[in-house]
Design a protein around this ligand. Structure first.
Ligand SMILES: *[C@@H]1O[C@H](CO)[C@@H](O)[C@H](O)[C@H]1NC(C)=O
Length: 376
């Protein structure tokens, strides 16, 4: 809430929450403070800095900034969202994974030099993704500042004692959600909502209500929402049954505790899910989770792409209710389709070999299988 910042009621300039932001031109030639370095805050700082005289980006904690355009120009989620990476993450400790990722991000730009380095590790917070922010910082259009201590009529005083004259403040301090029209059905307290697998209120007489997309995933939200819909319609039709109320409540409690343990305490981390584990969880309910072992035995080429390639939603169309005959072909050709829209100018080049020759992939996959068997 805006009122928690001391002195804001005295401030004579314009101030607003990020949800009311419409156009950077409203800030032309102004000195603007953006508070918060989540995805909204960093996007707004970048955008407003195109029109404003000066933007100050105020952050209490700092943040690790990930880029959308990853190695070799592939979209970051194409690189990150693979079963292989999930498998590796399970084998390594979270601090090892953090070390590795932080080192990569500091190679792009040193977060200490840019005033952004947080105390927390990269995996402790929902990621901020922004390709432009470092460019705006090094060109001086965005200045990173600490938390604001108080506002005066015309200025902001920061916790390090510095003071800046400002014309406008944008609070990108996050969102809270509520469902006043469902009072009596579900109760939201500080963004905590008790839903079985983030979808079903556990205490309804009949499962006739499902929430779709009320999640903050590490990964894409649309494929998750689609799979949620596939499960919800089956539950409504009576094809799938929900477990007894007590079991659902236990599951809700376990998920809440795991989240509290994993993330920095914040209203921001109440509906976090990991893309592949959560998709698999939903898929198990519907009966469409790919069977990797069977795939390796019957269709190794497809299995390799399912394991090493991006976990696109076609994987949940290979079998079971709603399976699609085109799924296999779609998975095997997906990498070409990622770069296809970029090929608006023909480049003269011999088609290069894939980054990892098939033989290495096969040997790698066998090693992975051996490890899986050893664990079973
Ligand atoms: C980043 O800068 C800090 C402060 O100058 C330095 O201590 C640190 O080693 C640098 N990190 C990397 C990865 O170069």
């Amino acid at each position: 809430p805006l009122s928690t910042f001391p002195g804001i009621e005295k401030f004579k300039g314009r101030y607003l929450h990020s949800r009311d932001y419409k156009d950077a031109r409203d800030f032309t030639d102004k000195r603007v403070v953006v508070i918060g370095i989540g995805n909204s805050g960093s996007d707004l700082a970048v955008e407003i800095s195109q029109a404003a005289k000066q933007v100050f980006l105020s952050t209490r904690r700092g943040a690790w900034i990930l880029n959308r355009v990853g190695e070799q120009g592939y979209p970051m989620d194409i690189i990150f969202t693979t079963r292989m990476k999930i498998f590796l993450k399970k084998l390594l400790s979270s601090s090892m994974v953090s070390d590795f990722m932080e080192k990569q991000l500091n190679t792009r730009f040193n977060h200490s030099h840019y005033g952004l380095k947080p105390k927390h590790r990269i995996l402790d917070q929902h990621p901020t993704v922004n390709d432009d922010l470092p460019n705006r910082i090094i060109s001086g259009r965005v200045l990173v500042k600490p938390n604001i201590q108080e506002f005066t009529e015309t200025s902001a005083i920061f916790e390090d004692g510095t003071r800046e004259e400002i014309d406008a403040v944008v609070f990108a301090t996050g969102y809270s959600f509520s469902f006043p029209f469902l009072e009596g059905c579900v109760k939201v307290v500080e963004n905590q909502i008790p839903l079985y697998k983030f979808m079903f209120p556990p205490d309804l007489e009949k499962p006739t209500l499902a929430f779709i997309g009320l999640i903050q995933p590490l990964g894409a939200i649309m494929p998750i929402s689609e799979l949620q819909c596939r499960w919800a319609t089956r539950v409504f039709k009576g094809l799938n049954k929900l477990p007894p109320r007590h079991d659902m409540e236990t599951d809700i409690k376990q998920k809440r505790e795991a989240m509290a343990k994993r993330y920095v305490k914040s209203q921001r981390h109440t509906i976090q899910v990991d893309y592949i584990p959560y998709m698999d969880e939903l898929a198990s309910q519907v009966g469409v989770k790919p069977n990797l072992l069977a795939l390796f035995l019957t269709d190794p080429r497809l299995a390799l792409e399912v394991f090493f390639g991006p976990c696109t939603p076609y994987q949940y169309r290979l079998r079971g209710p709603g399976h699609w005959a085109g799924a296999r072909e779609a998975i095997l050709t997906q990498q070409q389709r990622v770069v296809k829209p970029l090929q608006t100018r023909t480049v003269d080049e011999q088609p290069s070999a894939t980054a990892m020759p098939l033989i290495f992939k096969l040997v790698g996959a066998m090693a992975v299988l051996a490890v899986i068997f050893a664990y079973m």
